[in-house]
Ligand binder design. Structure first.
Ligand SMILES: N[C@@H](CCC(=O)N[C@@H](CS)C(=O)NCC(=O)O)C(=O)O
Length: 395
């Protein structure tokens, strides 16, 4: 490695080859065409195996059209105005991660992230159906937000400084505190990152995952070959075929995608966490009203749980709850209209709580113990329960 190379200088040599590098590829599995790119940066030299043609996602919606130009107006109040004029919210989502953002063969979207799109539609229109879901890969998502193709990005996206600045957008809150993990076949005898020396690791393009893996392996001086794919179906499909020794992404993504592997019990998620991955919605720079609407919609779900207000008892709470802050949240205070401050109706929070429930209900519906994607709440609990979820005052 040449330490004098300028930090920003990257050499890319592209050699089209077949996926011969994955020594474990079973003979029956047709290898996807790939290209190998060699990147030389100041810190690391990595050989990447990049799938050229990602396998079409079963049941996935049509490919996302190229971002529309020019960018949608994003000055104060413009986003809500545009959403109301078109009669629906456009939410950028995932369609390949069950429990978070997934589309079934009938075209119905579901998941934890999807429920926050619905919460917004309920806050704006009092109608969860007034949402168009726009499936986006990791690589497409920021351009789609910047160009105005979508109003909000709610797609297991990690909050980082660079994404808050260079992408012309802002994260509004963390809805799921995650960390990156590694999954391996149970019988491989791998228990720690050092056991992956010489391994091929499946990873998705355009993610923090790719970057953290490089950081963590370099810190341990572990040599590995990343096999890089466009989407989750490509990444986990290659892993399922034995074309990689391990697969890495957010632990939530691992739990989710393990649930749809042919034999989920044959795979283990290692007891290591490579990074912090705070996931949450993102909006374009320029429209602070819209930022506030998305942020306080998330906070309303936290606060409702804290107040014990649910989709089941919200009507009763509107009529009978005497706690001043709960009354302000529910638009039941005669003197204060918090909804109006956001450009919404006085009962905006009641409508969203009725439609999708409080944070705990959203969590349990998608990630609770009775789901295939069960994940213990852990730090995704209210601060009153030892977790990190904390809504500022509704005042
Ligand atoms: N949180 C990370 C990773 C998010 C990510 O894209 N994960 C993959 C692997 S589970 C995914 O959701 N893929 C679905 C797709 O692109 O269709 C990030 O924001 O970069």
């Amino acid at each position: 490695m040449n330490s004098t190379i300028n930090k920003r200088f990257i050499v890319l040599v592209t050699i089209p080859v077949l996926l011969a590098a994955c020594a474990q590829a079973p003979a029956a599995a047709p290898a996807a065409p790939v290209e190998v790119t060699r990147e030389v940066t100041r810190e690391v030299e990595v050989t990447r195996i990049v799938e050229v043609t990602a396998a079409p996602a079963a049941g996935s919606a049509a490919p996302t059209p190229a971002p529309a130009a020019p960018a949608a107006p994003s000055g104060f109040g413009e986003t809500l105005k545009a959403i109301k004029a078109r009669g629906k919210l456009i939410c950028g989502v995932n369609n390949q991660v069950p429990g978070f953002g997934f589309v079934d063969s009938a075209g119905a979207f579901s998941g934890f992230d999807i429920d926050f799109c619905k919460a917004l539609a309920a806050a704006i229109f009092n109608d969860v159906n007034k949402v168009e879901y726009r499936p986006l890969t990791a690589e497409q998502r920021f351009a789609a937000l910047q160009s105005g193709e979508i109003d909000v990005l709610i797609r297991n996206t990690t909050w980082t400084l660079t994404r808050d600045t260079d992408n012309g957008a802002n994260f509004v809150a963390t809805t799921f505190y995650d960390g990156q993990g590694i999954m391996v076949p149970k019988d491989a005898g791998i228990t720690k990152l050092e056991d992956l020396n010489g391994a091929t690791i499946c990873v998705q393009k355009g993610t923090t995952t790719e970057l953290n893996l490089a950081d963590q392996m370099a810190a341990r001086n572990v040599q590995y070959t990343p096999a890089v794919f466009e989407d989750a179906n490509g990444t986990f499909g290659a892993y399922a075929e034995g074309r990689c020794d391990a697969v890495t992404t957010d632990k939530s993504g691992l739990v989710s995608r393990r649930s749809v592997l042919p034999n989920p019990d044959d795979h283990v998620i290692l007891d290591v966490t490579l990074s912090k991955e705070p996931l949450g919605p993102m909006v374009r720079h320029g429209d602070d009203q819209w930022f506030d609407i998305v942020q306080w919609t998330v906070f309303a779900t936290f606060a409702a749980e804290e107040f014990g207000i649910s989709s089941e008892n919200v009507d009763n709470a509107v009529a009978n709850d005497t706690r001043p802050e709960a009354r302000r949240l529910l638009g039941a205070d005669e003197k204060v209209d918090l909804g109006a401050k956001l450009g919404l109706s006085k009962d905006w929070a009641v409508n969203l709580i009725k439609a999708v429930g409080n944070y705990g209900e959203i969590y349990d519906r998608n990630l609770g113990p009775n789901t295939k994607t069960a994940i213990p709440r852990g730090i995704n609990n209210l601060y009153t329960q030892g977790g990190l979820l904390y809504a500022p005052p509704f005042r």
